[in-house]
Design a protein around this ligand. Structure first.
Ligand code: CUA
Length: 158
């Protein structure tokens, strides 16, 4: 069988590309590990509701004045599903899941994160006054589309 020179070149290029892509996956898995990219706090997904903060989810003002909202994202609700926070103050979210991967998206804001069982997702953000839809944006099962909540950022009266 005669293989044309140009065909050989293209076959080599294609094989090279595949090798490069596989190499990139192996390199990423080996050197940077397969895990969430940021906050690395772990939690036992089977004991989420016994963990500090998550046994009674919601907004808490820490002794140092930090505002922390703990949320459990599970099939197919956010607990709590209505969150009231003061507007224009940094709010720290701590979110975890006892079952599968969920998403936490406060629609129209930069609050947008994955919630991975076994990990605590944490980020801090502040909101302009308003009422925001919270949506799960990772497909998590048959009622994924029902998994939503509301965040109300209220102007503080001074
Ligand atoms: Cu939870 Cu989709």
């Amino acid at each position: 069988m005669k293989v044309d020179l140009y065909e050989k070149i293209w076959m080599l290029l294609a094989a090279g590309l595949i090798a490069a892509f596989l190499g990139a996956i192996v390199f990423a898995a080996g050197s940077q590990a397969m895990r969430p990219p940021s906050h690395m706090e772990t939690i036992d997904p089977a004991a989420v509701y016994d963990a500090p903060g998550f046994s009674n989810p919601g907004l808490v003002e820490e002794p140092d004045g930090r505002l922390v909202v703990s949320i459990v994202a599970e099939m197919f609700v956010f607990d709590p599903d209505e969150i009231e926070v003061p507007a224009r103050r940094p709010i720290t979210f701590r979110i975890t899941s006892p079952d599968v991967i969920h998403g936490f998206d406060v629609v129209g804001t930069n609050a947008n994160a994955m919630v991975i069982p076994g990990y605590v997702t944490e980020f801090t953000i502040s909101f302009e006054p308003g009422e925001y839809l919270i949506a799960c944006h990772e497909y998590c099962g048959l009622l994924h589309h029902d998994m939503q909540g509301v965040l109300i950022a209220e102007e503080e009266s001074s």
